[in-house]
Design a protein around this ligand. Structure first.
Ligand code: BG6
Length: 471
């Protein structure tokens, strides 16, 4: 390989980290918040509930101070829709508005740029009862919510993300617990892709509204993007790889950026009698909206080979990063070149560079990393330390690849790994930790909820202070 001269990280690079409302806030029914779907759903056995989570709602000042101590330039968090609009539409909850005003102001006090995710897996329960994303009205509900956010926070918030991991909700919604379909559903694929269509329209409406109301702000989608590799060089495996990339990745971004369905995915949906129905005006709305950047979450790559359609998929043993196969289109296989985390996710820093290159090549828009990280069983020692060298190694190797991508000419806005602080995982409780800040609680015992700086906290502080030069 030719020696590459590395370019520095841009001076205004947004170093920070991420969380989502339901995974950190707690106070799930406090101060007028309506329940979200996360509060009413059946929990995976043996996992913590979200009544307290890590109590960020009450401890945000302490948490933001710790982020400031690390030198954060940005903090990506989501807004709980049902905290702001308890019924999802209609009456606004002043206390909910106030909480996010305070959170934003607290960030700005330390020159931390708030990056707001508008929707992160937590549909208001009241809208869930009206059919959630199956209802064609859902894009209007989302637009109303967006308007409330832009009116209240648009004077201070420059970066907006529409819907977190829409592709994971579509592909593995059952597994991460976000999928609800009407009882009468006969063609599940069609129903799921109809919901997906409504989300795409909702996103387009929010992007357009943002540009009308806040001309200085920037808005983009935030899918989970993992480049698919072919397992070997059989031509059939290349076809499988193309199918996988289209179905897992490009569908979502082709629509956001170009306002059209990816042709491979459309053909796949036609074969399953599952093409979504367009309401009058949808095509125009989708075409008119444009993102300013692409945010994406990256945890690992994804390897596939040709599928003869015979594989059995058992969702019980899958998770969002593995065992995703589409019989007849691609079969997901393990990549023997990669090591795995304790939770079985393959670790692929070079794939991160490949993903950034592919995204930029395809869309020519600046990229913002909104998640990346390692879930692990961390241990608090008797003297109040958390030694997490595995996290430092994981993040170091991934950050090094961002610099390579920048040197390849990819325009990068920032890096916001998962997660700023320990939080409740989508379906594996708090035993699977991601944070730089340890929270003293376990699955069912809330203990002291005290915060501790992990070793990775001090390491990341140094990375930020040197703008990525000292890894
Ligand atoms: C992403 C989500 O899927 O990955 C987060 O945006 C989630 O909400 C994160 O927590 C890690 O996944 P998990 O299943 O380990 O919590």
């Amino acid at each position: 390989m030719i020696h590459q001269t590395l370019k520095p990280f841009p001076k205004d690079f947004l170093w920070g980290a991420s969380t989502s409302a339901y995974q950190v806030e707690g106070a799930s029914l406090e101060d007028g918040k309506g329940p979200s779907f996360q509060d009413t759903k059946e929990l995976p056995p043996g996992t913590a509930d979200l009544t307290v989570s890590v109590d960020h709602y009450h401890r945000y000042k302490e948490d933001i101070a710790l982020m400031a101590e690390m030198g954060f330039k940005a903090y990506r968090f989501s807004i709980s829709w049902s905290r702001v609009l308890p019924e999802g539409i209609g009456k606004v909850n002043p206390k909910g508005i106030e909480f996010y005003n305070n959170l934003i102001d607290e960030c700005l006090k330390y020159d931390i740029e708030p990056i707001i995710t508008m929707f992160h897996f937590d549909m208001p329960a009241a809208l869930e009862e009206k059919g959630s994303w199956s209802n064609a009205e859902s894009s209007e509900w989302f637009k109303e919510f967006a308007q409330v956010l832009f009116e209240n926070y648009g004077d201070r918030v420059k970066y907006w993300l529409t819907i977190n991991e829409q592709n994971m909700m579509t592909l593995v919604g059952q597994l991460i617990g976000t999928l609800r379909v009407p009882e009468a559903t006969t063609n599940l694929t069609k129903e799921i892709y109809q919901q997906n269509h409504h989300q795409l329209v909702a996103q387009a409406k929010a992007m357009q509204l943002c540009h009308e109301m806040l001309p200085q702000a920037k808005i983009g989608p935030a899918p989970n993007i993992a480049l698919a590799y072919p397992n070997g060089n059989r031509p059939e495996d290349i076809i499988a790889e193309q199918n996988a990339n289209a179905i897992r990745n490009w569908l979502y971004l082709d629509m956001a950026v170009y306002g059209r369905y990816n042709n491979l995915v459309w053909a796949y949906l036609e074969a399953k009698d599952a093409t979504p129905t367009f309401a009058p005006g949808d095509a125009e709305v989708l075409k008119a909206a444009k993102p300013d950047f692409i945010a994406f979450n990256y945890y690992t790559s994804f390897t596939v080979e040709a599928s003869d359609g015979s594989e059995q998929i058992d969702d019980k043993f899958a998770d969002q990063q593995s065992a995703m196969s589409e019989p007849g289109y691609y079969r997901s296989v393990q990549n023997q070149n990669l090591k795995k985390t304790e939770f079985g996710w393959e670790i692929d820093p070079v794939g991160f560079r490949a993903t950034m290159r592919a995204l930029y090549d395809r869309y020519q828009l600046p990229l913002l990393v909104t998640e990346n990280g390692i879930g692990a069983y961390d241990e608090l020692t008797a003297d109040g330390k958390v030694h997490d060298p595995y996290r430092i190694v994981y993040l170091r190797e991934h950050i090094a690849q961002i610099q390579k991508a920048i040197s390849d000419g990819v325009e990068m806005l920032g890096y916001n790994p998962w997660s700023a602080i320990d939080l409740i995982s989508t379906h594996e409780g708090i035993k699977k930790r991601y944070g730089f800040i340890y929270v003293d609680r376990d699955e069912f015992d809330l203990k002291t909820l005290k915060r501790y700086r992990k070793d990775s906290f001090y390491w990341y502080k140094k990375v930020i202070a040197t703008n990525g030069q000292d890894l």
